[in-house]
Design a protein around this ligand. Structure first.
Ligand SMILES: [Zn+2]
Length: 181
């Protein structure tokens, strides 16, 4: 005889109260701050004020990922002017590097350095140009980084859109992880 074993099926208890989006437990985002807006694809597309962010959340057009980041529910197409496909101007390199020497952090006597020197075939590209103070620039000269005791604060990159300039230099930890999405 085969005995049928009955196992205890755990029934999921339904919540009797309606889902309240957390609004009554306090705001899902940090008030009086700037909020990063991600597209549905997680690509950063805008930085907005907290009140606009609340409106997007209330209209259910966005969800809060953290108290400083929201993500759009639907993907929206934005005709971005792709910054990375433009030739880097001095002003944009300064902006990306937040007017700081990428070797020592100095903010005065700034110049533009070719990471791979021009005499060694280094190009005028986003990935090869960094802000450097004049003393670091002189110290580095036409040497390659691997041969000297100098390090870049971070790898130079081509910003995809203008939001990346902000993310590149933000001190908001929740924003930093979306720099290279
Ligand atoms: Zn320096």
């Amino acid at each position: 005889m085969v005995k049928f074993m009955y196992t205890n099926v755990t029934k999921r208890k339904l919540h009797s109260h309606s889902c309240d989006k957390g609004m009554s437990h306090g705001l899902p985002i940090l008030p009086h701050t700037q909020i990063l807006v991600l597209n549905n694809s997680y690509e950063p597309i805008n930085i907005t004020n907290w009140k606009r962010a609340i409106v997007l959340l209330l209209k259910e057009k966005a969800q809060a990922l953290s108290n400083r980041v929201i993500r759009l529910v639907n993907y929206i197409r934005i005709p971005f002017v792709k910054i990375s496909s433009q030739a880097p101007s001095r002003a944009l390199i300064y902006k990306r590097d937040n007017n700081k020497c990428q070797y020592c952090g100095a903010t005065r006597s700034l110049t533009i350095d070719h990471v791979i020197p021009r005499c060694r075939g280094g190009q005028d590209t986003w990935e090869n140009l960094v802000v450097a103070c004049s003393s670091c620039n002189v110290k580095k000269g036409s040497k390659l980084l691997e041969n000297i005791n100098m390090k870049l604060a971070r790898k130079p990159f081509a910003p995809y859109n203008r939001v990346q300039f902000v993310l590149a230099n933000t001190e908001v930890p929740e924003w930093q992880e979306f720099l290279f999405v």
